[in-house]
Design a protein around this ligand. Structure first.
Ligand code: P6P
Length: 338
């Protein structure tokens, strides 16, 4: 009939989560309900971010969180939305948020079996400039009867049951992966109010001449990092530099196009800047399951790093397999790493 073929078999996140559950006969459905609450929090945060400039939410909230960052009103709202969604899901026992000094234990969910780590609005310093920011999350399953103690929280990323992020860009993009599963990319359809599967089974390019790091820190970098960056600049075909300064935006571009994102530990930040539990580990899980690599500044596999505190930081190199391997090889020459 010449009429363009319209895809009527729309695959929503809701359908994906329900179908995933049927693959696990023993599933109680708790994880599915938790993910529906997650999905709602992303939609709600996206709404406020879209309206921020209109209703002047983008100004300072006049308070600051424990990491000393100036807290934007949206940070506070994003955090409150996320806490409310996790609490009301009834499936979360304990929540670690970048905005909360202590873990939040939901005493009204005594039998809940999940711990959620999150950075409700990562990159928020860019909000006033309209730069894409995002929510990063990781989900751990707790032992029976766990109370959300420190031991329950200080886990390696290898124990994550799911992880991902939502980038609030031109449209809201959600990237989600479950243990041992594929990396699935969804795009928010604002008309339907649904996340639609647009990037099934994401696999990263094995290499790509794009590097992403803040070269304003060059003065503080260790020798292997300096050698690595210079090798990219002096390559026969020099690399392109792309740095947005919002981890979720830099990570999403790296996941799609390939290349490498780096925030090395350096003389100014010896432990690195990005946080293990709700920035480095969730991103490392996504990137590994999309065929990439993620290591810290000691060239240890990022997913095997165990934090000593819930806000511990780490250096990180995150990207295409061959690009991260280059970093590992150079560090090896300097006696660092395996
Ligand atoms: P810098 C944003 O504040 C953030 O936590 C990440 O989203 C981003 O990757 C990084 O810090 C940017 O840090 O030092 O380059 O401004």
């Amino acid at each position: 009939s010449g009429q363009e073929k319209i895809n009527t078999d729309i695959f929503t996140l809701t359908r994906y989560l329900n179908e995933e559950q049927t693959k696990h006969k023993e599933a109680s459905g708790d994880f599915t309900l938790l993910c529906h609450a997650l999905q709602f929090s992303f939609k709600s945060i996206a709404y406020y971010i879209r309206r921020a400039s209109l209703i002047n939410l983008s100004g300072l909230a006049g308070s600051s969180n424990i990491t000393g960052d100036d807290q934007k009103k949206l940070d506070v709202i994003g955090n409150d939305i996320f806490i409310a969604a996790m609490r009301s899901s009834g499936r979360v026992r304990v929540l670690v948020s970048e905005e909360e000094e202590e873990a939040i234990i939901f005493e009204d969910n005594p039998n809940a079996r999940y711990a959620v780590m999150c950075d409700p609005i990562d990159g928020s310093s860019n909000l006033d400039a309209g730069v894409a920011v995002g929510t990063i999350f990781g989900i751990y399953k707790l032992e029976e009867g766990a109370k959300g103690s420190k031991e329950d929280l200080l886990k390696p990323g290898t124990e994550l049951v799911a992880a991902g992020f939502t980038m609030y860009g031109a449209s809201a993009q959600l990237v989600l992966t479950m243990k041992g599963g594929a990396v699935q990319g969804f795009t928010m359809d604002n008309a339907l109010g649904e996340f639609i599967l647009t990037h099934p089974n994401m696999q990263m390019p094995k290499k790509r001449a794009i590097y992403s790091c803040n070269e304003g820190n060059t003065k503080y970098w260790e020798e292997p990092v300096l050698e690595w960056v210079n090798s990219l600049k002096q390559a026969e075909k020099p690399y392109s530099a792309r740095y947005i300064g919002s981890m979720v935006a830099d990570a999403y571009r790296t996941l799609l196009y390939g290349g490498i994102f780096a925030y090395p530990a350096d003389k100014k930040s010896p432990k690195g800047k990005l946080r293990i539990l709700y920035e480095c580990a969730p991103m490392a899980m996504v990137f590994e399951q999309a065929g990439g690599l993620a290591v810290n500044s000691k060239m240890q596999r990022m997913l095997e790093v165990v934090p000593e505190g819930i806000h511990d930081r780490s250096g990180i190199f995150l990207g295409s397999y061959d690009e991260v391997q280059k970093v590992i090889d150079i560090h090896k020459k300097h006696g660092i790493g395996a």
